[in-house]
Design a protein around this ligand. Structure first.
Ligand SMILES: C[S@@+](CC[C@H](N)C(=O)[O-])C[C@H]1O[C@@H](n2cnc3c(N)ncnc32)[C@H](O)[C@@H]1O
Length: 256
């Protein structure tokens, strides 16, 4: 998932699928002008991963159409609809428009959807979205009444994407180019973090400095959820609700 996040910020559409033999395939549609940069970045990211392979398909004049067909609007619990800009708003659900060619977070991924579903169960208040990617969670939070909302990411391309997407949605966010492992967190009552199990666990001392009343954690493989929840117990937060898919899990932690 972090690979998809890193590459999405290159201006690539990304699709993840699990092959019959259990390996994960990531497909990227990359703007022709950025293909060489994307290949170099992927080679660097893949180098430490055992058995990872990179193959490049010839330039496909239909890549934009393929990407547009792949990125369809996503509805979450009938309350939030995340759509790419080329789809019109529809229905009564909260409308969140996200440009999928900019950064991770289009609502297609189980982890993003899990976070949005759990967010619906949390009373509004000040919130920080750690690892905001496209800004999708932070933007939805503002539209659900959370304020103020901080959106942090250490990837400058994700920060730029969040600012652009916030403008497109007409919402106010405090967007920060921050590495959450090294910065003091803002005084948020609610923390959202769709990262990885390792980063979530490493974050615990930062969270303990300024303990929130609730946290929504995602980006864990389903078998990693319990260990992450145990690591977060020292912040006083306990699991209250989970969304677990075939591969990924999201959890809401609250203060009992
Ligand atoms: C999986 S994406 C999640 C994007 C979006 N929040 C969502 O739920 O769809 C994770 C994001 O976290 C960012 N990230 C990873 N480690 C980080 C750190 N230590 N500090 C800040 N951002 C981080 C990545 O750059 C990436 O944009």
């Amino acid at each position: 998932m972090m690979l998809a996040a890193a590459c999405a910020a290159l201006g690539a559409g990304c699709r993840e699928s699990v092959l019959k033999d259990g390996r994960t395939r990531l497909e990227f549609w990359v703007t022709p002008a950025r293909v060489d940069t994307a290949v170099v970045r992927l080679q660097t990211l893949l180098a430490p991963i055992d058995g990872a392979e990179l193959s490049r398909s010839p330039e496909d004049p239909g890549w934009q159409t393929a990407m547009r067909e792949f990125h369809q609007p996503v509805e979450v619990a009938g309350r939030i609809r995340v759509r790419p800009p080329w789809h019109a708003p529809a229905g009564d659900a909260i409308d969140v428009v996200v440009d999928p060619a900019m950064a991770f977070g289009t609502g297609q991924h189980d982890t993003t959807r899990g976070c949005l579903e759990l967010l619906l169960a949390v009373p509004p208040g000040p919130l920080v979205d750690i690892g905001c990617g496209s800004g999708v969670l932070a933007i939805a939070a503002v539209k659900l009444g959370f304020a103020p909302v901080w959106a942090w990411d250490f990837d400058p391309l994700a920060v730029a994407a969040t600012i652009d997407n916030a403008r497109a949605n007409g919402v106010a966010l405090t967007v920060g180019p921050r590495d959450a492992l090294h910065a003091r967190l803002p005084p948020a009552e609610v923390v959202m973090a769709n990262l990885t199990a390792t980063i979530l666990t490493t974050l615990v001392p930062r969270i303990a400095e300024c303990p929130p009343r609730a946290a929504i954690l995602s980006g864990m493989r389903r078998e990693e959820i319990d260990a992450v929840c145990r690591a977060w117990e020292s912040t006083g937060l306990m699991p209250a609700e989970r969304r677990v898919g075939p591969e990924w899990g999201s959890v809401l932690l609250t203060r009992p």
